[in-house]
Design a binder for this molecule. Structure first.
Ligand code: AMP
Length: 499
């Protein structure tokens, strides 16, 4: 159509007919319409400086108007963040002249309270020399070992809700609900830079200017999670990808819990526990820095790799098939390994579920989140009546936890059995066919989840050994781990009797 129009077209100086604020599509689009002949060149300025186009930001011509030289397009932005907020100027030019027009665009609020200018102040600190880091690491390790038992008692046994679990009992109102209570009143914002939560000894501090956000990964009860680039974190890498969790609210009790959590996370180090790199406590929000697990949470991953998932593998164009038995056993063994570690520290997780595990490169699975995913998975939690804030993952809980709020290493084993069930059902919700109160009734009456269709009897036997009513009768997690390891080596042949 353009060719036809062009044939009769008189030269037209360029004119911008429309430039509008960004609209969210699957990418963001700053729409524009331009007329002109010869077809004008198009370029953009961002805050007055030439914008370099690339895979994440580029001009897309959507259509040429029939029988005319008017063209419609978008400046497409793939997952912009607050750093992309600003003034976009469209500049069009042909042999007859030029035109320009600007639009102010705001994609999202700055999740950090400091301004981008502040972000750029000061040189990046030099990475610590390796020997210094090693000696610090040794000192930290000694400190961590000494403080571990105290921490575990404080954080895990006192019944406060922490990211690692939930209260054993409903707390008294005003007793400091712990970390991320949605009902606690927001703290008034202190003046910039005035607030500095003391970094607990042993916890690594990350400078805010070393964190460059890329885009949002998800949201939990804790707050938003972002993918970010982090400078100077490891001596061998100038920058690396990390997941950054920004604390939604910062009440006094949330702050002190934040410190305790950070101490504990620093101590927990295992190949199947997500790596915690440190905190950033300059100003707000308070931030925790974790290793980035590129496939996100295990529940979503299982659902995306189930028999119904026909989504194409990114880039390859190949459909990704459902997970095979070997993959499922591999996933389960890794979680069991992390749980053996936690049990060896007498650490009770209280919220083990696939939503709280993360999947990284080459099917590496780690126990990642410790109860912060309550927003997106809110239907997995049940609000008990005594206090409105008490959210319990009842579908993963054994009878003694439901009835008496008793959480132990053995109740974690029960939850591990449910995690196995989730893995072999490609991420179904346990008792999905039942309401919360019906599920409670079934569990407390001793009914068991059924054997998933793709689950060999050897694996179902492991689940059942986790679901013994008597906590002491449940198989220790160490033995479960060994059984799973043996199955990984010689996977059982199984018949899918239902097809
Ligand atoms: P959370 O607040 O930990 O529940 O996180 C919310 C969501 O962010 C999760 O469901 C994940 O999809 C994502 N997420 C959390 N931590 C990480 C991480 N370390 N790496 C990648 N994605 C993460």
């Amino acid at each position: 159509p353009l060719a036809a129009a062009v044939a009769e077209q008189q030269p037209v100086p360029p004119v911008i007919l429309l430039l509008d604020t960004a609209i969210p599509r699957h990418s963001w689009c700053i729409p524009f319409s331009v007329d002109g002949f010869p077809v004008p060149s198009i370029r953009w300025l961002f805050n007055g400086t030439a914008l370099t186009e690339g895979p994440y930001i580029h001009t897309l011509i959507m259509e040429y108007e029939h029988n005319s030289t008017v063209l419609h397009g978008c400046l497409q932005l793939n997952r912009p963040t607050h750093v992309n907020n600003g003034n976009y100027t469209l500049v069009v030019h042909n042999a007859l002249g030029s035109a320009s027009r600007s639009v102010q665009v705001r994609f999202m609020d700055n999740p950090f309270s400091f301004s981008p200018e502040e972000d750029l102040v000061g040189p990046r600190p030099e990475p610590c020399p390796r020997c210094h880091q090693v000696s610090v690491a040794v000192a930290l390790a000694v400190f961590a070992c000494l403080s571990l038992s105290v921490l575990l008692i404080l954080l895990n046994k006192c019944g406060r809700r922490s990211k690692f679990g939930i209260n054993r009992e409903c707390p008294q109102p005003g007793s400091g609900w712990g970390l991320w209570s949605p009902s606690s009143p927001p703290r008034s914002r202190p003046s910039r830079g005035a607030l500095m939560v003391g970094v607990p000894p042993g916890v690594h501090h990350v400078q805010r200017r070393d964190i460059v956000l890329k885009w949002e990964l998800g949201e939990g009860a804790f707050g938003k999670v972002f993918l970010a680039e982090c400078y100077n974190l490891l001596p061998e890498q100038e920058k690396m990808l990390v997941a950054v969790k920004a604390l939604k609210e910062a009440t006094e009790s949330a702050r002190s819990d934040f410190q305790r959590e950070a101490e504990l996370l620093t101590v927990l180090q295992h190949e199947h526990i997500v790596k915690f790199y440190g905190v950033c406590t300059e100003g707000e929000p308070l931030i925790m820095v974790f290793e980035y697990m590129k496939h996100g949470d295990l529940n979503r991953f299982l659902r995306c790799h189930g028999p119904d998932a026909k989504i194409l593998e990114q880039g390859t164009g190949q459909p990704r098939g459902p997970l095979a038995l070997g993959h499922m056993l591999h996933i389960a063994t890794q979680i069991a390994s992390g749980m053996v570690y936690l049990a060896s520290l007498h650490f009770v997780h209280r919220d083990l579920a696939t939503r709280n595990c993360l999947v990284g490169h080459e099917l590496v699975v780690k126990i990642g989140d410790f109860g912060m995913s309550r927003d997106i998975y809110s239907t997995d939690y049940y609000r008990v009546s005594c206090h409105a804030q008490t959210m319990l993952p009842i579908r993963w809980m054994p009878p003694e936890s439901i009835l008496y709020r008793k959480f132990t290493t053995e109740s974690d084993i029960w939850s591990f059995g449910v995690v196995l069930w989730e893995i072999f059902t490609y991420g179904k919700q346990p008792w999905y066919q039942l309401s919360n109160s019906e599920a409670i009734e079934c569990i407390t009456q001793g009914r068991e989840l059924e054997r998933p269709r793709t689950c060999p009897s050897e694996v179902y036997a492991i689940m059942q050994s986790c679901w013994q009513r008597e906590p002491q009768q449940r198989q220790p997690i160490k033995e479960i781990h060994s059984r799973l390891q043996a199955l990984v080596k010689t996977p059982p042949v199984y018949l899918d009797i239902l097809g």
